[in-house]
Design a protein around this ligand. Structure first.
Ligand SMILES: [Mg+2]
Length: 344
């Protein structure tokens, strides 16, 4: 399939529209398939467990620029984003396959460094890299597939949110987008931000993200009704979760956990911290819904086990669409804006 590039010509698809088309093509029931395309990962029957299958593609010039990221960071992040999708189902990552497209000007040390990052992430998340493929290509392409596992019935899908549920998010949001902005600032601004401390946190969030594996399993066992990871921005990802569940949601803007460091970043770069938190993407925090009376228990457990915060940012409502409530209590439509791989 050819995706038209650029402009507003008819036939141009957003990522969500493309996925919807592909889901129609793949809608047939196949033996052993518990859940097909459209969630963070697929679920298949594998003996007494269910397999959690996910894959992610990183393309030079679309997802990263070779000049602005080290090969080690790139490898690390490429694996983490897949692990995060397994985490978003409440699963445990087990195995990974890594395929690379490499242009002729990429030298062996760069590939070795990339694998250093891949191996570091694999060790961090107890995931074994068991194979893959390589090919010449006109730009760097990294395709990773991760297989995880979950007990039958234990996976949390995007489709289970119920009106009245609390909308919760782990950690804080916007740090990755803030780190990207900071990484593109003047060298002396970056150096000062790093020496002040806040800059390092933002850069790490962008270049060495964390997948919330333990947190996902804990939320799955403690009442989450729907869950996904925040890869493309809170507003866009929450709109996807709500669409799969056939519900709407209200978000209390004052409750959205804005990452530390964004206030300082706003002093040196033209950014709006709340907007970065709503639309930034690549935070890989978990977005979940759960009955209000389960929130306190889940919050305590996440804090105890992982030192990770859980914040109620809103409520699931009947109907469709997202609404934002501001500081004054006024309600406005919340546009699902974020990272669309074809839309910008
Ligand atoms: Mg995801």
């Amino acid at each position: 399939m050819v995706i038209p590039a650029g402009g507003d010509e008819p036939g141009r698809l957003t990522e969500d529209e493309l996925v919807a088309e592909l889901r129609l093509l793949l809608a047939e029931d196949a033996p052993g398939v518990v859940l097909g395309p459209g969630d963070d990962a697929a679920l298949v029957e594998l003996g007494d467990r269910q397999g959690v299958l996910t894959t992610d593609l990183m393309v030079e010039g679309v997802h990263f620029l070779r000049e602005t990221v080290t090969a080690a960071d790139l490898g690390y992040k490429a694996l983490v984003v897949n692990v995060s999708d397994v985490a978003a189902m409440g699963g445990s990552p087990r195995f990974a396959l890594v395929s690379l497209g490499l242009p002729s000007d990429v030298e062996a040390p760069w590939v070795v460094e990339l694998y250093g990052g891949l191996r570091a992430a694999a060790a961090e998340y107890a995931t074994a890299i068991v194979g893959g493929d390589t090919s010449r290509a006109d730009r760097i392409v990294i395709s990773i597939a991760v297989v995880g596992e979950v007990m039958p019935g234990g996976a949390i899908l995007r489709s289970g949110a119920t009106p009245g549920d609390a909308v919760v998010v782990t950690g804080s949001l916007g740090a990755s987008a803030g780190g990207l902005v900071l990484s593109r600032a003047d060298a002396h601004v970056v150096a000062q931000a790093v020496s002040d401390g806040w800059g390092r946190e933002l850069l790490d969030a962008h270049f060495r993200p964390t997948a919330r594996v333990g947190e996902g399993q804990t939320l799955a066992g403690r009442g989450a009704t729907a869950m996904m990871d925040v890869s493309d921005g809170l507003s866009l990802d929450l709109s996807r979760l709500c669409r799969e569940s056939g519900v709407g949601a209200i978000v209390h803007l004052t409750e959205v956990p804005v990452a530390a460091g964004l206030t300082q970043l706003a002093d040196v770069a033209p950014v709006d911290p709340v907007r970065l938190a709503l639309e930034g993407g690549e935070d890989y925090e978990l977005l979940a819904t759960m009955p209000v009376d389960r929130v306190a228990g889940a919050t305590d457990l996440l804090s105890e086990r992982f030192g990770t915060a859980l914040t109620v940012i809103g409520e699931v409502r009947e109907g469709e669409g997202l609404v934002a409530r501001d500081r004054d209590g006024a309600e406005l439509p919340l546009e699902p804006r974020g990272w669309d791989h074809f839309g910008r």
